[in-house]
Design a protein around this ligand. Sequence first.
Ligand code: PMP
Length: 412
Amino acid sequence: MATNTSPNPLLLKPSSSIGAKNATTPNSISCAATPATSSRPSPSSSSSSSERVFNFAAGPATLPESILLKAQSELCNYRGSGMSIMEMSHRGKEFDDVIKKAESDLRTLLSISDDYAVLFLQGGATTQFAAVPLNLCNSDDTADYIVTGSWGDKAFKEAQKYCKANLVYSGKSDKYTMIPPFDSVAQNPDAKFLHICANETIHGVEFQEYPVPKNKDAILVADMSSNFCSKPVDVSKFGLIYAGAQKNVGPSGVTIVIVRKDLIGKAQPITPVMLDYKIHADSASLYNTPPCFAIYICALVFEDLLEQGGLVEIEKKNARKAGILYDAIDGSGGFYVCPVERSVRSLMNVPFTLLKTELEKKFIEEAAKEGMVQLKGHRSVGGVRASIYNAMPLAGVEKLVAFMKDFQARHP
Ligand code: PMP
């Protein structure tokens, strides 16, 4: 590891030297308090690419280095305010600008019309498993769930507490490796909504197209936590989309809900205030203290995605990365195996096993030594899983593929 990794030499100073200055000129305190002539490392040298690994974690997941550096550069003194975004009022002008820009950039990215509210909430996607039925139906209403993996299953089980959740398809007996033809799914004609998990993070199964609810008054609801903003999506096909941020668009702590406005305001009486979409929509996600820093990072990510050309371009990059990885697996002559049916393989989470399962531990350990980390499959399924979200560079996937070929050659 290189020299000085402490981002803030001020923290290392005796408090007396800080306090003395603070007493008279509070505004002069900043991360740049170190004299300009000092050898304080620049942001790039304190977090240089050479020190960063390729992080294949499923979430919290890798973020673009450029965004981490930008956040670092304005961490102590946000745009001349003299304080961090973490320290200022969520009702002040600076944060108001941040959350408004996050929303408007997200609206541009996904072409979200004014018929939809965009909410920045807390509690993770898991909280939405309850919030969805609580807001969209009464306790004696039916709702249909297509379960293509563990997350959809969790959503279904939670919903059973708040409505008559109906399991219309479960891929469990096929070990969650497929998505059924939609016309084979017997939907309940009275269901208030049809729920899917658009991308199953653990099993690597992704909807390429979306089912239409049988009841013409029902809506489609999708958990998009692990493929949010990875490709264009026609939001108008959905009544509600929700996504935890910590895979593709930011740190954990904020959950984004995109909900059609006419669905808001009908929550069950028992709905806690923090789960009621109307409360949050009426107060523009500022009913209580929001996760300010997480929203700020999301705002930087959305801006960056737009600068890259929007989600059409992002999808092309993701398809290329996933393509070379799946090709490597399929071209390995059975050394590596991806169990997921080809037509529904995820662009984001690529699970695979080694034919010689006893080699998996070694594979993961050796990859980590080469700077490719968090490749272990989810504890419930084992094997290997490479999560290759938007922020995973092509170079990371190329390096993984080269390593896979080399590993195979060394273990004939
Ligand atoms: N849905 C999906 C598809 C997920 O991948 C996850 C988290 N891995 C969740 C829901 C749960 O999200 P959270 O931890 O934010 O509650």
